[in-house]
Design a protein around this ligand. Structure first.
Ligand code: ATP
Ligand code: MG
Length: 589
């Protein structure tokens, strides 16, 4: 799919992108393994009927997500025989030989030694789909109804990115991504015609960390809403970043930023935060912020002219100096007339709500564990490992708090991203959000998380952050944002309105297969892939079997058992004295 109109990157022509790819190792793989998806080398296309999913065949119901572990779903199509000579075995990349059971009859020679990210096989030609990780820099989306295999497809991407040395930050609303911490089973992998040695390499090289907001079963993770934008942002970035902070507090206090009251409260908080930080006023915890919000002029005056207040009288001989009028103070210090911006009653109510977050259960979200810090997410606890961070949201019961958590996490990611300077083509992080619909409702709804995700999506490429989003809800999601993903995996859709929504993506297809017509009959793990960076035409894919476990969501107790002592120790060291200084990103007033 081509970049959408809002994409800030100039989309190079398809020809130049294909040429870019040809420059890469990918061509080497293509030539040596017959295994790629570039159109020029799509050999083996002479036997499509053997491997193509036949739409006429009645498709069984998708396997429910709580299917027992490792059980292959009945509908996983049998791979077709290998191409003549099975010369994929001769691919050059040295891979340890597998001590596991030899491949079963009929799968001999199917093992493929990938150069890039190996995602599965084409269903029309049976060629392995091996794409350069840099393709992810232009983001990806997984679409498909429930059970279509979106999470599995995303996990395959995450596994492959990890094998390529790219850490991940994963938002796991259901708890099934946490199963990335459980290794697959070598005999199943071999039986699926995959390479168990590659699986072991993945398991040995990664460090899966399951973060549990509010709870200490996994690694406790909390929000630091007072963490200011980095100090070195340019003025525009700083304004946007502070706006996000203000939006966060507004929605946390229970005001809808899209409604009239929220629309006056957010800019008020913005001014209090930005101007307060600039003049050195303490607005860095809920109590202090509430105090300034309640009586802003008094708070600023006390800070700027302490000598005029009774508590400092002893510092002066005789009478305390007179306070200048606010207009003079405002002029001298570049301050706004805060009290005009919000009626007293609203200020008091807002202050009351904000200060409620400094005590009781409410404060756990902000104090229990390691404050979200993307540097920590990309740093391994054990040197040399690739960190995969899973933020397990099941520990937050309240839906609003869940959304707020996602929003703050996205904000941290956005701020962090702006400070990155990746080398050409380097990917620093893979950010995956499963079931993104609650954060990305369609127009005209515009919650703060949506603004952030939109910004991240637009700018992430130049900072080396690859975004992958999944949803089953193409009708209840801001499709315009998703449509900016340059690679889209379209899985099973049975509802005509959903098919309609994605039809345009699949209109051109190099093969004879009716990719749109197949949508209602696709099985789990079968996708129509739209990836102009890989192939100018959409192509049908069967996702490879996972190297990690997939199945029912993990319970908190299961999560607890999966955290190693090393990782716990490391997390404790990150939470000790973890209060970060405000960066004071200087927004222009
Ligand atoms: N390549 C694969 N490896 C392992 N399991 C697979 C694969 N492809 C499909 N499956 C099966 O498909 C089932 C459903 O996949 P998955 O959980 O990814 O669906 P989903 O589209 O994310 O559904 P939901 O929208 O309900 O989250 C899995 O439980 C699994 O049994
Ligand atoms: Mg899923």
């Amino acid at each position: 799919m081509a970049s959408g109109p809002e994409h800030d990157d100039e989309a190079p022509s398809l020809a130049s992108r294909v040429l870019d790819l040809l420059d890469d190792d990918l061509l080497g793989v293509a030539e040596q393994s017959e295994g790629n998806v570039l159109p020029e080398t799509a050999s083996g296309a002479d036997t499509p009927e053997e491997v193509q999913a036949t739409p006429e065949e009645p498709l069984p119901e998708p396997v429910p997500v709580d299917e027992p572990l490792h059980e292959p779903p009945e509908v996983m199509p049998e791979p077709s025989p290998s191409p003549p000579d099975g010369d994929e075995e001769d691919a050059p990349e040295p891979v340890e030989s597998s001590p596991a059971a030899p491949p079963k009859e009929g799968r001999k020679g199917r093992k493929f030694k990938p150069k890039g990210m190996y995602l599965g096989r084409r269903r029309d030609t049976d060629e392995p789909v091996d794409i350069n990780p840099s393709v992810l820099a232009r983001h990806a989306a997984m679409l498909g109804s429930t059970g279509s295999g979106k999470t599995v497809m995303a996990k395959a991407l995450i596994e492959e990115a990890a094998l390529a040395g790219i850490p991940a930050l994963i938002i796991d609303p259901q708890g099934d991504l946490a199963r990335l911490a459980l290794g697959g089973d070598a005999s199943t992998i071999e039986a699926k015609g995959e390479d168990a040695a590659r699986m072991r390499r993945l398991l040995d090289s990664t460090e899966v960390r399951i973060w549990t907001p509010l709870r200490s079963k996994g690694l406790p993770l909390c929000i630091d809403p007072f963490h200011a934008p980095p100090a070195d942002l340019d003025p525009e970035e700083a304004i946007t970043a502070w706006d996000m902070v203000a939006a966060g507090f507004t929605s946390l206090a229970g005001y809808d930023v899209e409604k009239a009251q929220g629309k006056t409260i957010k800019p008020y908080l913005y001014e209090v935060l930005v101007q307060g930080t600039r003049v050195g006023l303490d607005v860095a915890d809920f109590q202090s912020l509430a105090r300034v919000v309640r009586e802003p002029h008094d708070a600023f005056l006390r800070h700027l002219y302490p000598e005029c207040f009774a508590d400092h009288e002893e510092d002066f001989e005789g009478e305390a100096p007179q306070l200048p009028p606010w207009t003079v103070v405002a002029g001298d210090h570049g301050l706004t007339d805060f009290e005009e911006r919000l009626p007293k009653a609203t200020r008091y109510e807002l202050a009351r709500r904000l200060s409620a977050f400094s005590s009781g259960v409410n404060q756990l979200l902000f104090s229990n564990g390691v404050p979200i810090n993307i540097d920590a997410f990309t740093e391994p606890a054990v040197p040399g490992k690739i960190p995969l961070n899973i933020v397990y949201l099941n520990t937050i019961q309240d839906e609003n708090q869940k959304q707020y958590f996602v929003q703050e996490l996205s904000r941290e990611l956005y701020d962090w991203m702006l400070t990155q300077q990746p080398a050409e083509g380097e990917l620093k992080l893979l950010f995956f959000m499963d079931e993104v619909a609650p954060s990305l409702p369609p127009h005209p709804r515009n919650p703060p998380a949506k603004d952030l995700i939109k910004l991240i999506f637009k700018q992430a490429r130049k900072y080396g952050v690859a975004c992958v989003l999944a949803t089953q809800n193409v009708s209840d999601v801001d499709y315009k944002i998703l449509a900016q993903a340059n690679t889209t995996f379209v899985g099973r859709f049975t509802q005509p309105q959903d098919v309609e929504k994605v039809r345009h993506l699949l209109k051109e297809s190099g093969s004879d297969v009716d990719l749109v017509g197949q949508l209602p009959t696709l099985g789990p793990g079968q996708f129509q892939v739209v990836a102009p960076d890989v192939d100018e035409n959409p192509f049908p894919v069967q996702c490879r079997w996972l190297y990690t476990d997939h199945g029912a969501p993990l319970s908190e107790d299961q999560v607890e058992d999966l955290i190693s002592d090393d990782v716990r120790r490391w997390a404790r060291s990150r939470s000790a004295g973890a209060h970060r200084k405000r960066g004071g990103g200087g927004a222009a007033d």
